[in-house]
Design a binder for this molecule. Structure first.
Ligand SMILES: [Fe+2]
Length: 142
């Protein structure tokens, strides 16, 4: 199962939406690696790239929220959440890497990928929509 881009994921902020598309491509790429039996070094590299991508994305989101005038308390809350999410995302990816090292763990890897996809979609649809709200608020007051 791969997750396709869906316009309901759009926040209306171009850079953030581009990031989300890119992250989705990375996740689908990793799923392809797992399915096609790519070697562990390839997988390790894809995982590292995804983590870097997510880290940069979270920083960008915090910056965008500041620019859109989000209250400091919300920004602080998001920063804390991002830290926890990054740890959780990294754990899922570590688990994936370890499972891939074992033989015949394809099913387990695909199960882990499903968790990662759900984690990502939930993140966008439930949490990142604050950016959409902030944009709408800015528009209606200017
Ligand atoms: Fe995001």
């Amino acid at each position: 199962m791969t997750v396709d881009w869906n316009d309901s994921y759009l926040t209306g902020h171009k850079e953030i939406d581009d990031d989300h598309r890119t992250i989705l491509l990375f996740i689908n790429g990793i799923e392809y690696d797992v399915k096609s039996g790519a070697n562990v070094n390839t997988l390790r590299q894809s995982i590292s790239s995804l983590i870097v991508e997510i880290e940069e994305h979270f920083k960008r989101e915090e910056q965008v929220m500041k620019e859109l005038g989000a209250p400091l308390s919300s920004i602080k809350k998001i920063q804390e959440e991002h830290q926890i999410l990054l740890e959780k995302g990294s754990l899922i990816l570590e688990e994936l890497y370890s499972a891939r090292l074992e033989k015949n763990q394809k099913d387990k890897c695909l199960e882990i990928m499903k968790n990662l996809e759900q984690w990502f979609v939930l993140r966008i649809t439930e949490e990142d929509m604050i950016i959409k709200e902030l944009i709408n608020k800015t528009r209606s007051t200017t």
